[in-house]
Design a protein around this ligand. Structure first.
Ligand code: SF4
Length: 322
């Protein structure tokens, strides 16, 4: 029986503008992450996936606020935790590889010192020597020779820098790592190596992962489950292979057709017309209706419930019946 690590229930995170308006960036999402498993949070830019991740870490910018919902980590609601309590949870239990973080490595400080600094900051009483030794072990864990602790970031390739930020995320042995677009700006060969590394780490360390990406093919390398987000809501959720093989929501179907398949026949890739909606005034009813070729009157009026169509495959679409 898989052990549930994270349960997110009806999470709503809004941003409040000076004009008094609110941006409903995350508007009632629910999903689970099991111990040792991977969940892909997939959707176009601006669909709310990074806001969802920052909500889990409780690292929202000052204009953002969790207005409703629960984030149960091992049964404990993170929404109710004080900042002090969250400081003890972040990095030690849940850590994050931020988007573009490999470019945030300090060029003037040796790689090993940067990892050691992160360890010393969170692990009281550890000596610099012990922290550097741990940094070398972490580099080895992500496939970089120990001796490279004495290198500066400019001596590393893009792939090695990304491995370094993954090593930093693992520094305190967290149970859950959230990776936000971890392969952006890497070429396809290095991207495949990083995804292979993440899959190996997940297995070796029994790590749980949340992968945030706009690219369904990336999650297929590492994740067991997928949650497809559109305009702040989850439109389809379930076992990755099942959702990929049998996408029931028109938006998921468009995403699947938008990416090339590594196997099977060659086909023309699809480009979904239109743009994601404005989340200050999202469309009425189903938020996807202005871009959906199947939209009917009911779609324009009523928000579809997300329903289980069998085997833990959830879909929010008026066309789909349970
Ligand atoms: Fe399209 Fe209607 Fe389904 Fe929304 S509910 S995805 S508009 S068919």
């Amino acid at each position: 029986m898989p052990e549930r690590l994270l349960e997110v229930r009806n999470l709503k995170t809004y941003f409040y503008l000076e004009s008094g308006e609110s941006v409903k960036a995350v508007d009632g999402i629910s999903f689970d992450v099991e111990k040792g498993e991977g969940l892909g949070l997939v959707g176009e830019s601006g669909c709310g996936k990074t806001t969802a991740a920052l909500s889990l870490m409780r690292l929202l910018p000052s204009a953002g606020k969790i207005v409703e919902g629960k984030i149960l980590f091992k049964g404990d609601d993170l929404v109710k935790k004080s900042e002090d309590e969250m400081r003890r949870i972040r990095w030690k239990h849940i850590s994050m590889v931020f988007q573009g973080s490999m470019n945030a490595l300090n060029p003037l400080i040796k790689v090993g010192d940067q990892i050691a600094e992160a360890i010393i900051l969170h692990e009281h009483g550890i000596s610099k020597k012990e922290a550097l030794n741990r940094a070398a072990e972490l580099l080895e864990l992500v496939g970089i020779e120990r001796r490279r602790v004495n290198n500066y970031p400019f001596e590393f390739s893009g792939g090695m820098k990304q491995r370094t930020v993954i090593a930093m995320a693992l520094a305190l042995n967290p149970e859950l790592v959230i990776a936000d677009e971890p392969t952006t700006a890497l070429d396809v060969i290095v991207e495949a190596q990083i995804l292979g590394l993440m899959r190996d780490l997940k297995e070796k360390l029994n790590l749980s992962l949340i992968m945030i990406t706009h690219d369904l093919s990336i999650v297929s390398e590492v994740c067991n489950d997928v949650a497809v987000m559109y305009a702040g809501m989850i439109c389809e959720y379930g076992d990755l292979r099942e959702v990929y093989k049998n996408p029931l929501h028109p938006y998921t179907a468009a995403l699947v057709r938008a990416y090339p398949s590594a196997r099977g026949t060659r086909r023309r890739l699809y480009s979904l017309p239109g743009f994601p909606p404005d989340l200050i005034n999202p469309p009425s009813g189903c938020r996807f209706h202005p871009r959906c070729t199947y939209a009917t009157d009911v779609c324009r009026k009523e928000v579809p419930d997300i329903i289980d169509v069998g085997g833990g495959h959830y879909v929010a679409c008026h066309l789909v019946r349970g």
